[in-house]
Design a binder for this molecule. Structure first.
Ligand code: NAD
Length: 408
């Protein structure tokens, strides 16, 4: 799928076949097997990966995923998507992704720390604050990033906070990082409403997923005057056409057993029903492949803002486009996280930390600017917004690659 998307954008750009091939391949793939002594004394070997896709625009950037079903092909596709995500918001990085094939639920905290430190050591020679900067992804968090930073620093002989982002604030993390992705979703949603001649203020919004991205997006959209009529989590959804009390839901029910369905002054609905509700803006912010051929036709929102990665299948995309629904694609809508990771890295390199308001302002500016660049490209090429975002991203990376030339 990643290669197909690139091929399509390359066609629009009339890219030279040699250059297309350069972009279709990752620069470097590391596959490592490493042992960890478990609490029981048993030695278990784990497989880990780190893939760097393209270095033309700067060091590579991308999360580390801990998941039992991950493999090097998947990590490679994710690394390529990171290249486009960084390019579409014009931050000076190429894309990378890392992973360890592991079910973290079966590990104690001590085992998780040992696995992390050993994996970090295995990729130590390709990681670095000037070369490749990991961040959290599925199965990893700020604490894991702290261990990676410490492991790398132990070997460098001094503290290197800029080698990973998404760290705890105490270790050189950035203000605003936790809310960044949700904030970016809301900034692009507000711009999307304007493009449609309406406003987020007063709009009826439905949010799927009430985790980091969804709950922040719902709260910030509410602050912008939107009426959040439905939210959901893995257990199911809740609906009130007059609006839900998002702050209360967030403080009382996010992350607790039973989730948002603990709130009873509303109608209980399924995740499937939620997607088809009557609303102005739909923010799928949970998991992939939620809007498919089975339900795309029934989506009533005029604007879909992809907080999650890959929530819309390519076939559904086409149905939405034909219906005139504006879809702000994931590589743009949820890029707020990597933009603020970039801010964290800049602050770490300078050892000079910004106020939260400064982080949020700069993030909003980048998201707005990127939205309008993609929107204009969409109109210019008469394509959907996802294709437009790919065109901009591939063009930026292709230009940088061409300008640098092929060594030697
Ligand atoms: P999270 O784990 O904090 O939250 C996920 C939410 O989705 C939870 O409320 C969970 O209950 C819900 N969920 C899980 N399975 C579901 C299902 N089958 N149906 C409905 N809801 C379900 O994760 P997150 O960090 O909020 O990430 C959500 C999405 O956003 C993912 O696709 C992720 O890749 C993407 N994303 C996250 C970030 C970030 O900075 N956190 C950045 C870019 C993209």
């Amino acid at each position: 799928m990643a290669r197909q998307q690139l091929a399509m954008a390359s066609q629009y750009l009339n890219l030279d076949e040699g250059l297309h091939q350069v972009l279709a391949h990752p620069v470097r793939q590391v596959i490592t097997a490493f042992p960890v002594v478990l609490d029981s004394g048993e030695v278990r070997v784990f497989e880990g990966y780190r893939v760097q896709h393209n270095l033309s625009r700067g060091p590579t950037k991308g999360g580390i995923r801990y998941h039992p079903e991950v493999d090097v092909e998947e990590v490679t596709a994710l690394a390529m998507w990171m290249t486009w995500k960084c390019a579409v918001v014009n931050i000076p990085y190429g894309g990378a992704k890392g992973a360890v094939k592991v079910n973290t639920k079966r590990l104690s905290k001590r085992e998780l720390e040992k696995l992390t430190r050993r994996y970090a050591t295995s990729i130590n020679n390709i990681m670095g604050e000037r070369s490749d900067i990991p961040a959290p992804d599925i199965g990893t968090n700020a604490e894991v990033m702290g261990w990676i930073m410490d492991t790398y620093s132990m070997q460098a002989g001094y503290t290197v906070p800029g080698v990973v982002t998404g760290k705890p604030l105490e270790l050189g993390g950035s203000e605003g990082r936790v809310e960044a992705t949700g904030r970016g979703v809301v900034v692009t949603a507000a711009e999307g409403c304007k493009s449609l001649g309406t406003s987020l203020n007063g709009a009826k919004v439905v949010v799927q997923g009430f985790g980091n991205v969804g709950s922040v997006a719902a709260r910030l959209a509410e602050q912008e005057g939107a009426i959040i009529v439905a939210v959901s989590d893995a257990v199911g959804g809740i609906y009130n056409p007059k609006g839900l009390p998002i702050n209360e839901l967030y403080h009382r029910y996010s992350g607790v057993e039973g989730g948002v369905r603990n709130y009873t002054e509303c109608e209980q609905i399924t995740n499937e029903q939620l997607l088809e509700l009557d609303c102005d803006v739909l923010m799928p912010s949970a998991i992939q492949e939620q809007i498919t051929v089975a339900n795309a036709d029934k989506i009533k929102a005029k604007l879909v803002v992809e907080g999650a990665n890959g929530p819309t299948t390519p076939e559904a995309d086409k149905i939405l486009y034909d219906k005139g629904v504006l879809v702000i694609p994931d590589i743009l809508a949820n890029a707020g996280g990597v933009v603020t990771s970039y801010f964290e890295w800049v602050q770490d390199l300078q050892n000079y930390f910004w106020e939260e308001a400064q982080v949020n302002d700069r993030l909003s500016n980048i998201m707005r600017r990127s939205y309008h660049a993609v929107y204009e490209t969409m109109n210019q090429h008469k394509v959907d917004m996802r294709t437009a975002a790919m065109i901009i991203a591939v063009q930026r990376v292709a230009e940088a690659t061409t300008m640098r030339g092929i060594f030697p």
